[in-house]
Design a protein around this ligand. Structure first.
Ligand SMILES: NC(=O)c1ccc[n+]([C@@H]2O[C@H](COP(=O)([O-])OP(=O)(O)OC[C@H]3O[C@@H](n4cnc5c(N)ncnc54)[C@H](O)[C@@H]3O)[C@@H](O)[C@H]2O)c1
Ligand SMILES: O[C@H]1[C@H](O)[C@@H](O)[C@H](O)[C@@H](O)[C@H]1O
Length: 345
């Protein structure tokens, strides 16, 4: 946003972006260039040079090494958290303490103990403040699949076959993160698509790929059951190398529905045919992130909270906890959840 637009900026939502790595930087660009009704007023990252570099390109934006300093910066009215999952709880609690609305990147917290503390703090605050960044709910294809399932023409859903393939992952990725950073999306998507909770998780492993990082059995097959008896299988392959692919097929009583195959332009040439494959989530889910952040800004400016809630964040954390235990033990692990408070109904 340039200084010539600051007059209109007075009516816009001042956002602090916490964490300025891959997603934080992309969200800053999105708020600055794509989304209407918001401006970035502060960024924070312990890597202060990174935060300063990003802030330098945005009129009126301050850079901080500490997240709470960014929450208290002039003009900040809302927070977008894009630090790694284990750092989310501290910033969420600080934001709730200040009554600030939050869009928190997934996972809300990697563990249920942290998620429950967040639920308690939000309820103590008295009104909902948190949206969790499960952006697939804003993806056109996922929305179409949900619509098809809800319409009922295909009959009752019996199974979902899902594939989640990344080119590679961050150097700090661990084996539990296959579940609580990557499969977390599949837990949320399945809960949302089917309107059911996850009941139990089993993890199966082939002999790992020779490209798997040390200490990570990659890929894995994560099979989960919902409380209404739908079976979901997820191939999670974090070092697939060739591209970023997220696919889902619903198998129903009267037919099937599949998403994630479209690669845009298909070409035929001597002896082969094909098209491009996205290389990362920034490309594959660009529209979904744009819609997600725009919806958050619009709802926040109306004084509302929409989208995936802190309860959804907790429910996914509970499924992830069972998934990590299943991964560790090779056993089928039941998902344990507290009763849903009336506050989240
Ligand atoms: N929705 C999606 O599709 C999607 C895609 C990628 C990442 N994510 C999520 O976004 C978050 C960030 O992931 P990323 O890939 O950008 O990671 P990243 O490693 O690229 O960036 C994280 C940044 O946060 C900073 N940081 C670390 N601790 C911090 C703290 N306490 N306060 C502020 N900043 C801190 C790091 O220095 C780094 O710059 C994670 O929760 C991840 O799961 C979501
Ligand atoms: O943090 C990222 C992000 O959530 C992506 O959407 C997912 O595909 C990756 O597996 C995960 O590591």
């Amino acid at each position: 946003m340039t200084s010539t637009t600051t007059a209109t900026a007075r009516n816009t939502l001042g956002v602090a972006v916490i964490g300025t790595g891959t997603m934080g930087a992309d969200h800053v660009r999105r708020i600055d260039e794509v989304v209407s009704g918001a401006r970035v007023m502060a960024v924070a990252d312990p890597d202060e040079a990174r935060a300063k570099g990003l802030a330098a390109g945005i009129d009126g934006c301050t850079a901080h090494a500490d997240a709470t300093a960014a929450l208290d910066a002039p003009g900040v009215e809302a927070v977008l958290i894009a630090s790694p999952g284990p750092a989310h709880e501290e910033t969420l609690l600080a934001a709730l303490d200040r009554g600030l609305p939050v869009l928190c990147e997934k996972p809300m917290t990697p563990d249920t103990a942290g998620a429950l503390r967040v639920l308690e703090a939000e309820q103590a605050h008295g009104t909902r403040r948190i949206q969790v960044g499960y952006m697939r709910r804003y993806d056109t294809e996922y929305a179409q699949l949900k619509q098809v399932l809800a319409a009922g023409e295909l009959g009752r859903a019996l199974m979902l076959h899902c594939r989640h393939r990344n080119v590679s992952v961050h150097s700090y990725f661990t084996e539990p993160m296959l579940i609580n950073d990557s499969v977390a999306h599949e837990f949320d998507a399945a809960r949302w698509l089917l309107d059911q909770e996850i009941a139990a998780v089993t993890v199966l492993r082939p002999t790992p790929s020779r490209h798997a990082a040390a200490g990570i059995g990659d890929p894995q097959l994560v099979v989960f059951e919902t409380d209404a008896g739908v079976l979901v299988d997820v191939e999670i392959f974090a070092t697939a190398g060739f591209g970023y692919q997220v696919q889902a097929e619903a198998v129903c009583e009267n037919g099937t529905a599949r998403i994630g195959e479209a690669h845009g332009l298909l070409t035929n040439t001597a002896g082969r045919w094909g098209g491009p494959i996205a290389q990362d989530y920034i490309a594959r889910f660009a529209d979904a992130y744009d819609r997600e952040v725009q919806a958050w800004v619009d709802a926040t400016r109306r004084g509302e909270v929409t989208g995936p809630s802190a309860w959804d964040g907790y429910a996914v954390a509970a499924a992830c906890e069972a998934g990590v235990e299943a991964q560790r033990t090779g056993q089928r692990v039941a998902v344990e959840m507290v009763d849903r408070p009336a506050f989240y109904r």
